[in-house]
Design a protein around this ligand. Sequence first.
Ligand SMILES: Nc1ncnc2c1ncn2[C@@H]1O[C@H](COP(=O)(O)OP(=O)(O)OP(=O)(O)O)[C@@H](O)[C@H]1O
Ligand SMILES: [Mg+2]
Length: 265
Amino acid sequence: MSVGSKIAVAAALPLVVEDLALAFGGNKVLQGIALQLRPGEITGLIGPNGAGKTSFFNCLTGLYAPQQGRMRLGDIRLDGIAPTGRAALGFSRSFQHVALCPELSVVENVMIGLDRQSAAGWLDAFLPLARGRQERARNRELALAALARLGIAQFADEAPANLPPGVLRLAEIARAIAGEPRVLLLDEPAAGLNSVETRDLSTALMRLRSPQLVMVVVEHDMDLIMEVCDTIHVLNVGRLLASGNPAQIRANREVVRVYLGDDDE
Ligand SMILES: Nc1ncnc2c1ncn2[C@@H]1O[C@H](COP(=O)(O)OP(=O)(O)OP(=O)(O)O)[C@@H](O)[C@H]1O
Ligand SMILES: [Mg+2]
């Protein structure tokens, strides 16, 4: 049995990080990071600019190779597994700055999120062959289902250029969830959204919470973080400063001093 099929039948698995350290030259980006990311929860990861939040995501997905530490999904050791292997295990993410492809409709953009699962591959799915047509029809159904989960199925055939930022952001998240990930990492999903769009995003994120899913949100919008998260970890210059539920994080004097600011004091 392959690792992928083994994991498909497994119960909810925590993502465990032990003693993680990452440096670029003399720049110690992450040091001594130890935490558990639990399935069934929404976990927030917050901290000042440059704290190492995106770098931490890059370590989890295998894009960066930490110099020290261990990561495992349940009992599966992740060290040495390349990004494609981790994607096959169910890791999925949205990026801080990546947008949708303007030449494709919303649903076609979401279908890109399924290419790694396709037996035929994404390009084949666009070729006029029977296998490609079937694959494309199936992927379109899955992509439409992902859009529906985010409440934006009505925009499936629109071009991205015709849609407001809030819908585009939800479409990016739909792309990340279309393959039914086991670990979903969202990097600043509320960046650039207005307050109404941010509320819609909060609602959508809370609807995505599910017993098997490890969901981690990096975000500077503290109202959103405090509303949607069960557990929050605070990073400061590469170190874990605090972990707790929203009330505990709000009440932590050190967190208020380095990050939340005087307004919350
Ligand atoms: N590929 C890289 N090469 C060199 N340095 C890097 C690289 N990636 C990240 N860093 C450094 O790691 C540190 C943390 O950056 P990172 O992007 O992880 O912060 P962040 O917490 O996501 O910040 P922001 O809130 O601004 O997105 C920074 O000093 C950054 O310059
Ligand atoms: Mg970042």
